[in-house]
Design a protein around this ligand. Structure first.
Ligand SMILES: [Zn+2]
Length: 423
């Protein structure tokens, strides 16, 4: 996390371009239209929320989103094999490609009751904010561009990703960057609502479920047999002493443990879940390379303690359960510069310049400049059935996404694109 006050100022040419756009009458009309359209944005948000999109079952919501893009006048609308919805608004040709994304999936299982309740202007419903707000915001950006007939230089790809949450393991954005073959030059995700927060880097994580299996036996009669739990205990003790890299911040924890049979049994099976994170891509690989051998050594020590070999020994199995690549990028990249300049002309103070794990992880890891913007308003109890959304000043979200996108893509006849085409 960087104190925003310590950041170098936004480049002069970026500030100039933002001011020029902001002073343009069409852009002024567009920003006013976004504010006037607040209710339409919110209606979209509610309608999308009420279509279930549990992990790995986003299709119903995806098909609905395709209809919405078509209704707003886009013809190139498709769903890729992973389930991402991609809707393309072309520029004048030969310009850069910017992806404006939000995620379709929620954390809620299919049986979750989706019922909207309004109380004192606050909306309550599972998923009402995360990320139905982001989806509604990108639709509003499209609506504004269409209604004011704004011609960008670069192409704008609206992408509704699948699998952003939890065990989805970013499968939608992984497909987008590793398999789709789309020529993406910049990436913005709208996720979370805080418009004063800008995400500048991606926390990477690797997760394993570690299984220990041995012969087990009676604690008295079979004494002398290596124990799965003792092996795991040795492993945890070693892991607990690891000194991770401090900058970029790198962390680890054995998050859950389970196993054993009874108090008077030598444990036959046990398992633990291990989480490792880092703001640096290399440091994530390094912490993994440091910790996994410790687990193997622990297992060897437990077996050596009893001279156990072959099927008398405790065996180890590492089950990967998550890999979110992360990484850092320069504060100078166009996407971050454009977002900061847009905040500035819109009167939004940058209060939080930090790192997190979202769809932008894969982009940053692939060297594509990327960030995550807030969708506007306030939210609470995310990932909980008591999730709520407060739409007050929500229009700032679509305004910020609109300005940032326009700055990056270029407004034909007014500004050149800030976003650079990648080789
Ligand atoms: Zn989210």
């Amino acid at each position: 996390m960087t104190d925003p006050k310590l950041l170098a100022p936004v480049h002069a040419d970026v500030t100039e371009k933002a001011a020029k756009l902001f002073a343009h009458s069409t852009v002024a009309q567009a920003l006013a239209a976004i504010e006037l359209d607040e209710k339409r944005t919110l209606d979209d948000q509610v309608a999308i929320t009420l279509i279930p999109a549990p992990p790995f079952h986003e299709k119903e919501r995806g098909l609905n989103l395709m209809e919405r893009f078509r209704a707003l006048g886009l013809q190139e609308v498709s769903m890729d094999p992973e389930g991402n919805v991609i809707a393309i608004r072309r520029g004048t040709g030969n310009g850069p490609v910017l992806v404006l994304a939000a995620h379709q999936d929620t954390v809620f299982p299919a049986e979750t009751k989706l019922e909207l309740r309004r109380e004192n202007g606050i909306l309550h419903c599972p998923g009402i904010s995360d990320d139905a707000r982001g989806l509604a915001v990108i639709l509003q950006v499209l609506r504004t561009l269409q209604e004011l007939n704004i011609q960008t230089v670069g192409d704008l790809y609206f992408v509704c990703t699948v699998g952003e949450e939890g065990n989805g393991d970013l499968r939608g954005s992984k497909y987008l960057f590793h398999k789709s073959g789309l020529p993406i030059d910049g990436f913005i995700s709208v996720d979370g609502v805080n418009v004063s927060r800008l995400l500048s880097a991606a926390t990477g994580s690797k997760r394993y479920r570690v299984h220990f299996d041995g012969p087990g036996g009676h604690s008295w009669k079979a004494f002398g047999t290596p124990s799965a739990i003792h092996a795991m205990g040795r492993a945890i003790a070693k892991i607990a002493d690891v000194q991770p890299c401090k900058d970029p911040r790198t962390t680890f924890t054995c998050g859950t443990v389970a196993g054993g049979t009874t108090v008077n049994s030598i444990a036959e099976h046990c398992e633990m879940e291990l989480d490792m994170r880092s703001a640096g891509a290399r440091e994530l690989d390094e912490i993994e390379a440091q910790i996994l051998p410790l687990i193997e050594a622990a297992c060897r020590e437990e077996n050596a303690r009893w001279g156990a070999e072959g099927d008398k020994a405790v065996r180890l199995r590492l089950e990967p359960i998550g890999h979110r690549p992360g990484g850092q990028q320069s504060d100078d990249v166009s996407v971050l510069q454009a977002a900061r300049a847009s905040m500035s002309v819109l009167g939004i103070e940058l209060k939080d310049y930090s790192i997190a794990s979202t769809d932008h992880n894969i982009a940053i890891n692939c060297g594509v400049p990327a960030t995550t913007l807030g969708g506007g308003g306030r939210e609470g109890n995310n990932h909980n059935v008591r999730e709520w959304y407060d739409p007050k000043d929500g229009y700032l979200g679509p305004q910020l996404a609109f300005m940032t996108s326009l700055l990056l893509l270029g407004f034909e006849g007014v500004t050149e694109p800030l976003l650079e085409k990648r080789g």
